[in-house]
Design a binder for this molecule. Structure first.
Ligand code: IPD
Length: 264
């Protein structure tokens, strides 16, 4: 067993346990705890409870590692590893009772969102009964099957995207969609970027683009895509908080990037 494999096993166990807790809390009824950047950007009590569960487990299992969580902030470690956590990615789906939500867990080397140096990751979608994992140099996996991104899209690419919570950004994002659409056979907006990226690694989507994602939304999926032979990149932009993420086979990423940048 390599260290990456050990960490993948831990990430998978944590994601499954955390996802199961989120699913149980969902069945009991969802209580809104707060809003964040805008009224549409919500956090539930379950988001906080699930992140606390993961953080507590890591304090015991990996006390020297750093932590970066969507709900409870960051802590620097001494081991050189940082855990990047989204306890419930797709919180709006979760609040509405749509099953496309997930627990996303990645362990990375630097903790710098621009350095995509994942070591291991797991995305658990408990209401869908699915768990995706990856380990650096060891592949990306689902149900014992090794994942590979798609390489061609003769009828156009099946793309996924997402929109941020700030209504002022919607017009710009829709203009981007209009520029990218000529590449598409169709477009999905699932509501959990972590699931979108895991699906892309699994060949269930051809390409992905979204502005303004946070490291906890993409860290786990970015490693899965790299391990499945694909490319995940963040474009530089004047607006640091709204950088564009693009993923897919390298050739498709290039074609999406050309269209995204056509008006930037
Ligand atoms: C959100 C989801 C969504 C994406 C948003 C994210 P959250 O994460 O990943 O698909 O479009 O940009 O913020 O807020 O539900 O953890």
């Amino acid at each position: 067993m390599t260290i990456a494999d050990d960490l993948r096993q831990l990430a998978a166990d944590l994601a499954q346990e955390a996802g199961d807790l989120a699913k149980r809390r969902r069945a009991e009824g969802v209580a809104l705890a707060d809003t964040k950047s805008t009224l549409a950007d919500i956090v539930t009590h379950a988001d906080r409870e699930v992140e606390a569960l993961i953080r507590d487990r890591l304090r015991v299992e990996r006390p020297d590692d750093g932590f970066l969580g969507e709900e409870s902030g960051d802590a620097t470690g001494t081991s050189g590893y940082t855990w990047v956590i989204d306890p419930i990615d797709g919180t709006v789906n979760y609040a509405y009772g749509v099953p496309m939500y997930s627990t996303s867990i990645a362990v990375v080397r630097s903790g710098d969102p621009d350095v995509l140096d994942g070591v291991a990751s797991a995305v658990c979608a408990p209401a869908l009964g699915e768990l995706f994992t990856a380990a650096s140099g060891e592949g990306a996996w689902h149900n014992g099957q090794r994942l590979a991104v798609t390489r061609d899209w003769p009828a156009g690419a099946l793309l996924a995207t997402g929109f941020g919570y700030d209504p002022r950004t919607h017009a710009g994002d829709l203009a981007t969609v209009a520029r990218v659409m000529p590449l598409a056979r169709d477009l999905r907006r699932g509501g959990s970027a972590a699931i979108d990226l895991a699906y892309l690694a699994a060949g269930r989507l051809d390409g992905f683009f979204e502005r303004g994602l946070h490291p906890w939304d993409y860290a786990a999926g970015a490693l899965m895509i790299a391990e499945a032979g694909g490319t995940f990149e963040r474009l530089g932009t004047v607006d640091e908080a709204r950088r564009m993420c693009i993923a897919g086979d390298a050739a498709l990423v290039k074609r999406i990037r050309e269209r995204v940048e056509a008006a930037d």
